[in-house]
Structures are given as structure tokens and as C-alpha cells.
Design a protein. Structure first.
Length: 132
């Protein structure tokens, strides 16, 4: 028996990023008549979805704040830095920080988006724009 798998592109709600010319851009949405952006974009099942347009966020964010999560020693996991980044469009996004082991995040530094592998698959993360 030959079973065909339907390959579908994840929605922007399920995967709120896209790779374009080797650069990762976030996908948000803007409601008609409203200034703010929604991130991740509203799902198609939302009653507000019909009034939304997709917006690509291509600007350079800066690190607003961060924390480092330490798991239980029994889990044997490395500490995980997490951060909030501010985009010039007025959007603040929470994500994993992908920094070299010997490098601590610095608030206010420019970041860029990257894709990293997690236990559940690829996710977006922030890394320093200029690795020193």
C-alpha cells in the first residue's frame, strides 16, 4: 500500500517566520484601522483575522531584557538564555538567545534572527548582530 503524505506549508501562526535571501524575517499582522502589530499573527480562526494584513518584520531589533534559565541538575541541560527584543516598529518579541558559551547578552545590543533546532523542531531565536 502506498501512502501519500500531504506536505503543507505551516501557517504564519504555527511558524511565524520566513527565510528570504538567507535572512530570517518575522511575520506579524496589522489590523485595519489599528496601529499596533500582532505577533505571532492571528490565526485564520480568529474573528479579527479578516481585517488583518501580513507584515514582514525585517528591521534590526535590540535586546531589551534577558534572563538565564537553569534546569534541574537531574535533566543535565545547559543554562538557556531567553530574551525580549524590541523592533523599531514597536513590536517586542520573546525568544531564545543563541549566544556563544563565553558571551553574555548585553541590553541594548543589536540582534539578528536565526533558526535553531529545539527538542520539538526548528524555532526562531536571536543572536548578537556582531559577534566580537
Amino acid at each position: 500500500m502506498n501512502t501519500a503524505f500531504n506536505e503543507t506549508t505551516p501557517s504564519a501562526t504555527e511558524q511565524p517566520w520566513r527565510e528570504d535571501d538567507g535572512k530570517v524575517v518575522l511575520l506579524a499582522c496589522r489590523r485595519s484601522g489599528h496601529e499596533g502589530l500582532h505577533f505571532p499573527p492571528l490565526p485564520a480562526t480568529s474573528p479579527l483575522f479578516k481585517d488583518c494584513v501580513e507584515v514582514e518584520i525585517r528591521s534590526t531589533p535590540v535586546l531589551y531584557s534577558y534572563t538565564i534559565v537553569h534546569s534541574s541538575p537531574k535533566l543535565d541541560k545547559a543554562p538557556q538564555p531567553l530574551g525580549l527584543a524590541d523592533f523599531p516598529e514597536g513590536l517586542r518579541v520573546f525568544a531564545r538567545l543563541d549566544y556563544p558559551l563565553d558571551r553574555r547578552p548585553r541590553m541594548g545590543e543589536p540582534l539578528e534572527l536565526c533558526i535553531v533546532q529545539s527538542e520539538t523542531g526548528p524555532i526562531y531565536a536571536f543572536q548578537p548582530l556582531n559577534l566580537e
